[in-house]
Design a binder for this molecule. Structure first.
Ligand code: COA
Length: 363
């Protein structure tokens, strides 16, 4: 039987850096509040969001300015200069180059993006087209922050089953395009940001390093925890002026409920992953968590007695990039020499749905 191995990683972030001080000029928040509760000091956002924030910081009536942007775009323009598939393409190009694989050698592309370029077709299609491919299947998992782990698990089954040899798995997000950066949206706007991460999986013989096991879960009974109705059949019609005016187009989050659920589910799924493989924390060389929030990560590592030197975190520099966060952290951990050949690595993520999962691999 074949096994899937990660043979190349890549990532991409926009050049524009937004620190907590710029956000404090847009909404009633502070560097201290954000750092204490989340560990985030800065994040990357699209050039459009960056220009908007600079203008919002100077606006005398911030709510009126933000409403004008939601209604008319910035300076009356609503076309984006950077889309989520642009970031996905950049990260994927890097992963393919590092793997020494040409786009035409790919048998399948699996993307997860919470907010796509278009409602349909999905971002995987747009990304595939950017590579000039005309028949490679592109699959999209709209799986929120757990999207990359779910994507890895699906790709692994195709490779183990002998159906495909090379699969590109991508997590890409341009979340700064959906938030309200005034006091109304400050609970979420300070957390999330833009970025993309990608890996190339290749079939290898089963005795070699590679993906070992995946443990996936969803609880769809707590939808209010973290959701967005931007375009959806929860309303009729699926999109309307009224929906937007009532703020139902914007994301919603119950921060405390998410915190409690995230800590509980991370603990459970890591325990399950270790148990299924008859391992303990001591056997794992590196834990890569979804970079939601340093307090969530610390609550989990404290409870499971995972020493800090066994984790790699970059939430301080990028914020929560949802589906992109695990492949971005994995890429940087490899570059930093924190993951070496033969290391046992555990990836874990939790997000909207709620959906959560863990993957174990030998590097
Ligand atoms: N700046 C300043 N104050 C803010 C704020 C911000 N950006 N966002 C919210 N607040 C305010 C709230 O309005 C509330 O004010 P009130 O008490 O007057 O109503 C207060 O801060 C809440 O404070 P506190 O209870 O101390 O917040 P918290 O410790 O629960 O932290 C979160 C809030 C959102 C940081 C925390 O709940 C969290 O991390 N949740 C998980 C979020 C997450 O990771 N989501 C993604 C998962 S994939």
């Amino acid at each position: 039987m074949k096994r899937a191995r990660i043979v190349g990683t890549g990532m991409a972030v926009p050049e524009c850096v937004v620190d907590n001080h710029l956000l404090s000029r847009c909404m009633n928040t502070s560097d201290e509040w954000i750092v204490q509760r989340t560990g985030i000091r800065e994040r990357r956002v699209s050039p459009d969001t960056y220009r908007m924030l600079l203008r919002l910081a100077e606006a005398p009536d911030k709510v009126a300015f933000m409403d004008e942007v939601f209604a008319q775009g910035l300076d009356g323009k609503i076309d984006s200069t950077l889309t989520v598939s642009d970031l996905a393409f950049e990260a994927s190009t890097m992963a393919l180059k590092n793997a020494g694989v040409e786009p035409r050698q790919l048998d399948c592309i699996i993307d997860s993006s919470t907010v796509p370029d278009f409602a349909y077709p999905h971002t995987g299609c747009v990304l595939q087209g950017k590579f000039g491919l005309t028949s490679t299947p592109a699959i999209c998992l709209q799986q929120g922050c757990a999207g990359f782990i779910f994507g890895l698990a699906v790709a692994d089954q195709f490779i183990r089953g002998g159906i495909y040899e090379r699969v590109l798995v991508v997590g890409a997000e341009l979340l700064s395009s959906i938030f309200d950066y005034t006091d109304r949206g400050r609970d979420m706007a300070v957390l999330f940001a833009d970025g993309a991460g990608a890996v190339v999986l290749q079939a290898v013989d089963s005795g070699e390093s590679g993906l070992i096991s995946h443990h996936l879960h969803t609880d769809g009974t707590i939808l209010d925890g973290l959701s967005g109705e931007v375009w959806g059949t929860s309303t009729y019609p699926a999109i309307s002026k009224k929906k937007i005016e009532e703020g139902r187009g914007r994301p919603r989050m119950n921060g405390r409920a998410v915190f409690v659920q995230a800590v509980r589910r991370f603990r459970e799924v890591i325990g399950k992953c270790l148990g299924a493989n008859r391992l303990t924390v001591a056997d794992v060389d590196c834990f890569i968590f979804h970079q939601a929030n340093i307090r969530i990560i610390e609550a989990v590592t404290d409870a499971l007695k995972i020493p800090p030197e066994k984790t790699f975190n970059n939430v301080e520099r990028y914020g929560n990039t949802a589906a992109a966060s695990v492949p971005m952290a994995l890429h940087e951990a490899v570059l930093a020499g924190r993951i070496k050949d033969g290391d046992l690595v555990l990836l874990a993520a939790f997000g909207t749905g709620f959906s959560w999962g863990a993957s174990l691999l030998r590097w």
